[in-house]
Design a protein around this ligand. Structure first.
Ligand code: HEC
Length: 464
């Protein structure tokens, strides 16, 4: 019984071609992608009294609202972006670069492929095809300003110390800080892995997590940070049992689905794993924070959820100018729900897919990330209604493609060999997946609930 129908409900765009990457080496897929970039739109058409008439696309009227909605969170003073994109004059200077990155869907930096796999994800930053066409048409028309009277009201950016989940959940119930760390003005990347107690004196079931850097400095010097959960084992040693929530630039927190929970025990510890890089000024005593929202006291979720790392095995031997592919196969002895997917690799990982091979042999592509970029860490969290329900015996297949050709701008040197390793320039390969562990009855019920819902909504299976 299939509980997931992966449907392409976004209009086509250059990355629809990413399905090709399943069949061809990444370098070739890239070349094909380049050929498939759609032609620029010259101007928008608007129907007035049934007649199409050319309308000038202007910054004030058409482009500024897009920048407000999708760019300024990072591109404003004090945020992570290298420049501000608030005013016409600021944006004008970057117009052609913005056209390039936006049309390739590299900005906003959110690399889940459109057109293949599940498209309903929480906190989706992707622009619509119309928005991309507007930016392209505007730049191609010479980036006109238009009438400043058309500008949308500037956004009053919220107090920076607000948690992103605060709007939905209110302030966190509990906050765990990392130990203070000094980051010098100059130098290479550094890692900070302090252990801190959770500060809890009773077991609590968690409903949501959010990790955030300090403000304003942390926004610029923290590359990414992961609070890992450590628990005492029988030998009295603390062992990592899972990660809680990874912070990476721009990312939102993680809400655990309502029927699941993650347990924090009273004497658990948190081990921070923070990657800092110097930004030209001294920062003393920087601290990261993990905000936690609890389920109400006594709440017993039906299922456990955990977030773990699932490896891809096999050699990654990248000869000069070469490519490689590795896979990971994972299976559980009970049904599961796949709640989120986050590919991880370094500078050579070009693409990674996750597929389900069902017990009846059917294969389904769940998600595909073609333009993986190691500078961004995204967890694609599926909407509750579409998170794949996988019956016992389903094999989850992760496939990664690596690219050491000159076309990969991120490879330090396409003339030399690379292999697996821990340094940034070596390769690594795994995916993080949040998995809810179901019972057979729970699985049956969820499948039926979903089918009923989709029948009522007259849908073919993937949306509310
Ligand atoms: C989550 C944060 C974030 C969002 C959202 C975002 N950017 Fe960026 N942008 C960055 C960062 C960080 C860089 C520099 C590093 C990189 O390229 O990844 C960057 C780089 C760029 C550059 C290249 C600058 C240069 O020096 O060449 C352009 C152009 C750009 N962004 C435009 C946009 C536009 C247009 C949008 C919205 C449609 C957008 N960005 C959304 C963070 C963001």
């Amino acid at each position: 019984m299939r509980s997931l129908r992966v449907r392409s409900d976004r209009p086509s765009n250059p990355q629809a071609a990413s399905a090709l990457a399943l069949a061809v080496p990444p370098a070739l897929a890239l070349a094909i992608l380049a050929l498939m970039t759609p032609p620029p739109v010259i101007a928008q058409q608007s129907a007035v009294n049934g007649e199409a008439r050319e309308v000038e696309v202007t910054f004030s009227k058409d482009v500024a609202p897009i920048l407000q909605a999708s760019c300024q969170i990072c591109h404003r003073p004090g945020s992570v972006g290298p420049m501000s994109l608030l005013t016409y004059h600021e944006v004008r200077r970057y117009a052609s670069r913005a056209r390039d990155l936006v049309s390739k869907r590299l900005m906003p930096p959110y690399h889940l492929d459109t057109g293949v796999g599940i498209q309903d994800v929480k906190g989706d930053w992707r622009l619509s095809d119309d928005e991309i066409e507007t930016v392209v048409a505007w730049v191609d028309a010479g980036a006109p300003e238009g009438d400043p009277a058309d500008l949308p009201t500037p956004i009053d950016w919220p107090n920076e110390q607000k948690w992103q989940l605060e709007d939905v959940l209110g302030p966190p119930d509990h906050v765990i800080k990392s130990k203070p760390f000094d980051v010098p003005a100059e130098g290479g990347d550094t890692w900070w892995r302090p252990r801190v107690p959770t500060g809890l004196n009773e077991d609590r079931m968690v409903m949501a997590f959010e990790t955030r850097p300090s403000f304003p400095a942390g926004r610029q010097i923290v590359h990414h940070a992961i609070p890992r959960l450590l628990r005492l084992n029988e030998d009295g040693e603390y062992r990592r049992i899972q990660s809680l929530s990874e912070y990476a630039m721009g990312k939102i927190g993680e809400i655990v689905p309502r029927d699941a929970g993650r347990l924090l025990k009273a004497n658990d510890m948190i081990e921070w794993d923070a990657h800092y890089y110097p930004m030209g000024y001294d920062v003393t005593g920087d601290q990261l924070e993990l905000g936690i929202w609890f389920h109400e006291d006594g709440y017993e979720p039906e299922f456990d959820q955990d977030l773990r790392l699932y490896p891809l095995r096999g050699d990654i031997a990248l000869r000069p100018g070469g490519t490689a592919m590795t896979q990971g196969f994972h299976r559980w002895d009970h049904p599961v729900r796949l709640d989120s997917y986050q590919p991880h690799g370094h500078v050579h990982l070009h693409a990674m897919s996750v597929q389900a091979v069902y017990p009846d042999g059917d294969v389904e592509l769940i998600s595909m990330v073609t333009d993986f970029d190691a500078r961004w860490h995204h967890s694609y969290i599926y909407e509750d209604d579409v998170a794949p329900l996988l019956p016992t015996g389903t094999v989850v297949v992760l496939t990664g493609w690596y690219d050491n050709t000159a076309e990969n701008e991120l490879t330090p040197d396409p003339e030399i060999w690379y292999a697996r390793g821990a340094r940034t320039m070596d390769e690594m390969s795994h995916a993080w997946m949040a998995i809810t562990h179901l019972t057979e009855e729970g699985y049956q019920r969820l499948v039926e609930e979903r089918e009923r819902k989709h029948a009522t909504d007259g849908d073919d299976g993937n949306r509310n």
